[in-house]
Write a protein that binds this ligand. Structure first.
Ligand SMILES: Cc1cc2nc3c(=O)[nH]c(=O)nc-3n(C[C@H](O)[C@H](O)[C@H](O)COP(=O)(O)OP(=O)(O)OC[C@H]3O[C@@H](n4cnc5c(N)ncnc54)[C@H](O)[C@@H]3O)c2cc1C
Length: 266
């Protein structure tokens, strides 16, 4: 690659933005093109289940760089730009819509996306996933109207989202297949502490359960079916939260913060 070559980065998340920064910091003088399918310039996702979800911090704080940074460092940031194919022979990436962008070097920083739960009803209205800014803002809006939410998956993101819901004075049921939240990552002693903490803040922990189906009327989610509990339960909003796949039984939805994730592919 010459100093005037074109370096294309696909995926305008944290890794993509930092790669562009690294190229400029290390003195790369060629063209840098950063392509992202989202409408937002690169941002950090951790605040989406923490301060920003709880409206404790301004949106500006989530971004990796200030707005003018990309122009200021001659990085061509192109948003709403989904790459659908790579032509390695022609050295081009192909955008949705057919436009081809030529590269000398190509870096893929496409991250991951939430795993969709394979249960009936997982796409009913009111079933939300938490991965991006748009998801976070939809959940914040739901907090303003929901009386009660159901969150599936008591991992970090599920617990953080439950805390945000309680801070918004919304009732929360948190569902998890394991017998304790965070059991796999923290072990029983510390997991017990987290369980007590969240129960103390009014979160209803329903551990050792699986959701087989999300039920609803008029395409709006209104409850879930758990074969273990052998009954239906009403709900107002679903949230499916991050966790690892369960091999023996399809995992469950509610509000989805991230049911585990899978690598994004082009
Ligand atoms: C709610 C939430 C809370 C989190 N909290 C923490 C935390 O507290 N601590 C921690 O360490 N980690 C946390 N994480 C994980 C952390 O955010 C990720 O590890 C990090 O975002 C990975 O960055 P990345 O740039 O590799 O990928 P991503 O952030 O996934 O960015 C990849 C980008 O590529 C884009 N893209 C994908 N395919 C294409 C394509 N074909 N064309 C164009 N663009 C494409 C995607 O839309 C996305 O914008 C959290 C994640 C979430 C969702």
């Amino acid at each position: 690659m010459t100093a005037q070559g074109t370096f294309v980065i696909v995926g305008a998340g944290l890794a993509g933005a930092k790669a562009a920064e690294g190229l400029r910091t290390e003195g790369f003088g060629g063209r840098v093109v950063l392509l992202g399918e989202e409408a937002e310039r690169p941002y950090d996702r951790p605040p989406l289940s923490k301060d920003y979800l709880q409206a404790k911090s301004e949106k500006e704080k989530i971004y990796v760089h200030p707005e003018g940074w990309y122009d200021g460092h001659d990085v061509e940031l192109r948003l709403d730009s989904r790459v659908v194919a790579i032509d390695r022979v022609a050295h081009q990436v192909i955008m949705l819509g057919g436009e081809a962008v030529s590269y000398d070097k190509l870096l893929l920083t496409t991250g991951s996306s939430p795993r969709q739960l394979p249960v009936r009803g997982n796409h009913l209205e009111g079933v939300l996933y938490l991965r991006g800014v748009k998801d976070c803002e939809a959940i914040k809006a739901a907090f303003a109207t929901a009386k009660r939410v159901v969150i599936i998956g008591a991992g970090w993101i599920g617990l953080e989202t439950a805390a945000a819901a309680r801070a918004a004075a919304v009732d929360v049921s948190l569902l998890e297949t394991a017998r304790l939240p965070l059991l796999g990552v923290l072990g029983p002693e510390v997991a017990e502490i987290y369980a007590a903490l969240h129960t103390g803040h009014g979160v209803e922990l329903r551990m050792g359960v699986e959701v087989a189906e999300i039920i609803g009327a008029d395409r709006q989610a209104s409850g879930f079916v758990s074969p273990m509990a052998a009954r239906s339960r009403p709900m107002w909003s679903w949230w499916v939260s991050a966790s690892r796949p369960t091999p023996s039984w399809p995992r469950w939805p509610v509000w989805q913060s991230t049911t585990g994730s899978s690598s994004a592919s082009i």
